[in-house]
Design a protein around this ligand. Structure first.
Ligand code: NAD
Length: 316
């Protein structure tokens, strides 16, 4: 049986590791290589038990990325600095990984015989929208150093496609939640804090809206784009579950049977986008759609963090 070699960057992080499990469970004939720098957000526990080759390295290093990429048929780039708050205090590390790291990988796509490269991007590159939803053809207008760095990566992917005709695609997903997310992001942080009866610091009035997607549905979307997407195109992957931060917080407290008195309001995040919303109809035309209801996915997520609370609470 001939095998396909897939190289997944950031595979020890949240979405990357879920994608590693997704691919390993779905395909018998894929050889998986993971390239991950193992920053604070990467954790080898996330990919324990999966048959793969692991390379500890930086996507911005030509030598380390070459070692991981030289034989790859497919490359999926999840590796990035991802925390908006951290990008406000340390923007440079975001430019290094999310812009220069992407550019380094694109050079290697030119050099090696890579059949397809997928850049994993975010709805945050479009910026805030008060009415309606963003389509792939809309302009990008990022607000934070994180989303600007991701937008820089996207622009380079597009430029390399136009200039060098390399086989690239971009997926832009909405806010993911689910197992194995580092507890700096809203849902895992608040679940762990609530379990330990700590206060939950909600930014501003808590009315900022995000479109939430269960991570497994995003992985299925990326898999669909990898196999059915058209080279050179961008695909939005949204869950269609718009909720504001206060609603999410109250749901977490309800599921854990904790009082709403744990909620505190803190100063708003600088440049905090009010609402993100994606039109995912283009990806749905490829045959993908989210399978999980928001309620079931939240139940699954809360249970997973309850079972892993002891290990993860230490990293808060
Ligand atoms: P994460 O922070 O949980 O994991 C990132 C992983 O990348 C970690 O394992 C880290 O060690 C690794 N990494 C960071 N810099 C690296 C570098 N220079 N070289 C090699 N490895 C490096 O992130 P996540 O939430 O899983 O996000 C994955 C991707 O999906 C990112 O590109 C992010 O922009 C995108 N995205 C995330 C969301 C979300 O809701 N989490 C939504 C849309 C898009």
């Amino acid at each position: 049986m001939s095998t396909l070699k897939i190289m997944i960057t950031g595979g020890a992080g949240f979405i990357g590791s879920n994608f590693v499990h997704y691919i390993a469970n779905k395909y018998d004939d894929y050889e998986i290589t993971v390239l991950d720098k193992l920053t604070y957000a990467g954790d080898m526990t996330n990919i324990e038990g999966v048959d793969l080759k692991f390379i500890k390295g930086d996507i911005a290093s030509e030598k380390e990325a070459s070692e991981a990429m030289k034989d790859a048929d497919y490359v999926v780039n999840f590796a990035a600095e991802t925390h908006v708050d951290k990008s406000i205090t340390d923007p440079a590390s975001f430019v290094k990984s999310d812009v220069l790291g992407t550019q380094n990988l694109l050079e290697l796509v030119r050099k090696y015989d890579v059949e397809k490269y997928i850049q994993i991007s975010t709805d945050e590159v479009y910026g805030s929208i008060l009415d309606g939803s963003f389509k792939e053809t809309d302009n990008i207008d990022p607000s934070s150093p994180y989303s600007a760095s991701k937008a820089g990566g996207d622009l380079l992917v597009n430029a390399y496609y136009k200039t060098y005709d390399i086989p690239v695609m971009i997926t832009r997903s909405s806010n993911n939640f689910g197992p194995r997310q580092f507890p700096e992001k809203l849902i895992p942080l608040f679940i762990l804090k609530a379990i330990h009866n700590e206060s939950l610091p909600v930014y501003g009035d808590g009315k900022n809206v995000r479109d939430w997607i269960y991570v497994e549905d995003n992985c299925a979307g990326v898999d669909t784009v990898l196999h059915k997407g058209k080279i050179g195109e961008v695909y939005n992957i949204g869950g269609g579950n718009e909720r504001n931060n206060l609603e999410i917080t109250k749901l977490i407290l309800e599921k854990l049977n904790k009082p709403e008195s744990l909620i505190t309001h803190v100063d708003d995040r600088l440049g905090h986008d009010r609402r993100y919303s994606l039109d995912a109809s283009k990806t749905k035309k490829l045959g993908w759609e989210p399978k999980w209801t928001f309620e079931d996915a939240m139940e699954e997520t809360v249970n997973w963090y309850k079972n892993n609370a002891n290990r993860l609470y230490k990293s808060i």
